[in-house]
Design a protein around this ligand. Structure first.
Ligand code: PHE
Length: 353
């Protein structure tokens, strides 16, 4: 066989290797030339039939061809490996110059904003801010507030009960209002100042608000089974309905940032206040102008409640009120469906950030 033919085998090997797109293709191509029955291997096998001299020259020529093919194979192998690595690097590329993924900053819930606002305004008028339990005894939620078992006034509040009985044998309730805080706070206040009183000093006035969650069996566009209230109590030796009017008017004007606001005290009934009033407000301008909006229940603390606080109703007198921060939030921001506050939709909540 001539060198020409050997050269052409090497050529076609080089072409086959160049055409191989994957390592597997390349191994197949290799087999055709230097594999067990490849073309070069077959030529080697034929050497045995030749004479010594011819075997030498022929053998050297075939060997040279084989080495050329092996070199081409190694080159192509390296090229394919390089290409593979390149592709992998490209696929896994990390662009460290890209901007980071920012996490949305959170914000306070609109009702929380209102609560904070209420607390700030009343604190500026010298009111303490107190917290109370949401699972209450029957006595604190009702009886201490002049609303004994079986009293018809209890049906004013459709109440959730807990499957645990208190010491009085009556089930605990999810407090339907923040009013139980009136007696609770008074007890704590009296205890706190007991030493002063024992030493002949006078007990400071009780001036407190108690904001928090409250619960009733109620659910529609303007009622949620969980809602918020903020109780207020001012009790002293000379606190009158006039003070309630001044405090609450001042509060509303500060809260809504408007002196252009009318208040109306409309006679009402609560077992724990006498006389009692619903407080309505009326905006004089803006989208809500004209109509009276109910924002708060209030009244002079009933003597029976003062007695349950452990105080003498002949000496201590004052007022209490209970307002709805959810309602105030709706009015302040122009929200018309209470349920939006409790759906947890970030598209809604983001607007108050
Ligand atoms: N607790 C009453 C309610 O939930 C509101 C209120 C509080 C009324 C204090 C008078 C005094 O409706």
């Amino acid at each position: 066989m001539s060198t020409d033919t050997l050269d052409s085998i090497v050529d076609s090997a080089r072409r086959a290797f160049a055409g191989a797109r994957t390592p597997a293709d390349l191994e197949n191509a290799k087999a055709q030339f230097i594999g067990k029955s490849g073309r070069i291997t077959e030529l080697m096998k034929g050497l045995g039939a030749l004479g010594v001299d011819e075997k030498k020259t022929r053998g050297a020529a075939i060997n040279a061809a084989k080495q050329a093919i092996e070199a081409a194979l190694a080159g192509r192998r390296q090229a394919l490996a390089d290409a593979e690595l390149d592709a992998q690097l490209k696929a896994e590329a990390l662009d460290v110059t890209l901007p980071g993924r920012l996490r949305d900053p959170g914000g306070l819930h609109p009702v929380s904003l209102t609560m904070e606002r209420i607390e700030r305004i009343f604190a500026s008028m010298g009111f303490d801010v107190a917290d109370g339990p949401e699972i209450e005894t029957d006595w604190h939620s009702f009886t201490s507030l002049n609303n004994p078992p079986n009293h018809p006034a209890r049906s004013m509040q459709d109440t959730f009960y807990v499957d645990i009985k208190g010491e009085d044998g009556i089930a605990y309730n999810l407090r339907p209002h923040t009013s139980p805080m009136q007696v609770r706070y008074a007890h704590a206040h009296i205890k706190k100042h007991a030493k002063t009183v024992q030493a002949g000093g006078t007990m400071p006035e009780i001036r407190v608000i108690a904001p928090g969650r409250t619960y009733r069996v109620d659910s529609d566009a303007t009622h949620s089974p969980m809602f918020h209230q903020c109780e207020g109590l001012w009790l002293g030796e000379n606190v009158s309905f006039k003070d309630l009017k001044v405090v609450f008017t001042d509060f509303c004007r500060t809260f809504f940032e408007s002196d252009d606001l009318a208040l109306r005290f409309r006679p009402s009934f609560f077992p724990f206040t006498e006389p009692s009033a619903e407080i309505d407000i009326q905006f004089q301008s803006g989208p809500l102008a004209g109509s009276w909006l109910e924002v708060c229940g209030s009244g002079q603390v009933h003597p029976a409640v003062v007695r349950n606080m452990g105080l003498d109703p002949e000496k201590y007198i004052g007022f209490a009120f209970g307002m709805g921060p959810d309602r105030l939030t709706m009015l302040r921001y122009g929200v018309n469906d209470l349920r939006l506050f409790f759906d947890g939709d970030v598209r809604f909540l983001r607007q108050f950030r």
